[in-house]
Design a protein around this ligand. Structure first.
Ligand code: CMX
Length: 133
């Protein structure tokens, strides 16, 4: 893995959270994007060479809605940048980590992504992400 690409934070209201994080970080978010497959609206802030991703659930089906209901708003996942998501998924599967999808899929911010279940990483939801060509 190359570096922490972003840190995901679950929020109830993206517009309010955008204002709050703009004040906190001293910079505006640079994009807002919907990920239909995941039922989330996201926004991204640049912090040095890493990012903060805010995630707002679009409906009750969203994993983010379930997370907020159970645990409240807050830190949701850590995303690591990888050069080749296919070989990294294979490596992690061989190491007996539980991947949440057999294939990577399109995530926000022009990435192919895959998640590891938090139960196999000391309670931390981990995302792998690879820049889409
Ligand atoms: N961090 C740590 N633990 C988490 C968690 C998180 N983000 N989300 C859920 N859990 C815990 C739950 O509290 C629960 O714990 P207990 O068994 O102790 O109660 C356990 O994990 C299982 O939770 P669940 O809701 O039953 O979840 P599932 O096993 O059905 O699903 C999950 C797995 C939670 C990883 C998945 O639904 C999920 O969050 N996927 C990621 C979705 C996402 O972030 N999408 C955004 C993509 C946007 C992008 O970046 O492009």
């Amino acid at each position: 893995m190359k570096k922490i690409e972003h840190i995901g934070i679950a929020v109830k209201n993206l517009d309010l959270a955008n204002d709050l994080f703009a004040k906190l970080l001293g910079t505006e978010h640079y994009k807002t994007e919907t990920v239909e497959r995941e039922n989330v609206r996201t926004s991204f802030f640049m912090v040095g060479d890493t990012k903060i991703e805010l995630l707002e659930p679009m409906n009750e089906e969203s994993a983010i809605a379930k997370f907020i209901e159970k645990r409240g708003e807050g830190l949701h996942h850590i995303a690591f940048a990888v050069d080749n998501i296919y070989s990294e998924m294979k490596r992690l599967e061989d190491e007996e980590f539980q991947l949440l999808s057999k294939e990577p899929f399109a995530g926000a911010d022009n990435k192919m992504i895959c998640f590891l279940h938090p139960k196999c990483v000391n309670g931390v939801l981990v995302e792998l992400c690879m820049e889409r060509k």
